[in-house]
Design a protein around this ligand. Structure first.
Ligand SMILES: [Cu+2]
Length: 282
């Protein structure tokens, strides 16, 4: 009987996990509580650390402090304590309330550093993407593929069915699933930040400096993020869209993109346009 019950619980947990994983796309939801669903190991680690370590500790401390406050309110109420107690020091309690928080912090620090280091150590990159923050859109480059393009938010009136408001862009970043994607992040004007919650990624985009981060998406789909550094009046309107596809789909996209977004052609057009403006060519 016990075994049957255990199996049933495991099945229920799996169904729940499946529902929560599939029902939530890589974007925020109305009335959402907690994180967006994880689509990379980094993010799963963050979610596990938060859900199974931080939340229980926070809940326990909050409940304990609430209990102490209520206990003190009842036990030391004025009606039952006509003469106030003069107690002011207790060495043992003072040692305990210094040591216990220290131990809690150390216990939290160990897994926290583990997650941090795993995010910081970039494995050999299989795809490299450079993200450049502009006021107010993102530019992308695939340095190994001679591809460059800009990515603008789609305005409300131009949204197609299924495209989320304030998150969909005209040109998405496309990456293959289960591949290490290194993202080089910089900015052209002011500070921006490239952030994608489902991948557990957030890095500042600093003019004149290149920051690095990485992710390995473990499922296909479209994932949305936003600029996460106050960068001016249209800060809220420079979303980030990453489309994770299969390797074959990625190769098809590359073929198309190498023609559509060919860097040398675009740079050449810029040069010609500059010359026309300066009057060298008519
Ligand atoms: Cu920005």
């Amino acid at each position: 009987m016990k075994m049957v019950y255990k199996n049933l619980m495991i099945k229920l947990a799996l169904v729940f996990l499946f529902i929560t994983q599939t029902a939530v796309a890589g974007q925020p939801k109305d009335w959402q509580l907690g994180f967006q669903s994880a689509a990379s190991k980094s993010m799963s680690d963050i979610v596990i650390f938060h859900d199974y370590m931080l939340l229980p500790i926070i809940t326990a401390i909050t409940a304990f402090v609430l209990f102490l406050v209520l206990y003190a309110c009842v036990k030391f109420r004025a009606s039952k304590n006509k003469v106030a107690s003069q107690t002011s020091h207790n060495t043992i309690i003072e040692i305990v309330w210094t040591l216990v928080p220290c131990l809690i912090l150390i216990a939290m620090a160990v897994p926290s550093f583990k997650v941090l280091y795993s995010q910081d150590k970039i494995p050999p990159a299989e795809v490299t993407v450079k993200a450049i923050g502009y006021q107010w859109y993102w530019g992308y480059e695939y340095p190994d593929e001679n591809i460059i393009f800009d990515s603008y938010m789609i305005e409300d009136e131009d949204l197609k069915p299924g495209q989320p408001r304030l998150l969909a862009v005209d040109n998405e970043v496309v990456v293959p699933v289960n591949k290490v994607v290194k993202v080089l992040i910089t900015a052209n004007d002011v500070l921006h930040a490239w952030a994608l919650p489902s991948f557990g990624v957030k890095r500042d985009a600093v003019p004149g400096r290149i920051n690095e981060t990485w992710f390995r998406a473990d499922r296909t789909g479209t994932f949305y993020g936003q600029c996460s550094e106050l960068c001016g009046i249209k800060h809220a309107f420079m979303p980030i869209t990453v489309k994770v596809v299969t390797q074959a789909e990625y190769e098809d996209w590359l073929k198309e993109a190498k023609v559509k977004f060919a860097k040398n052609v675009i740079e050449n057009n810029f040069k010609i346009a500059k010359k026309v403006i300066e009057g060298e060519i008519k």
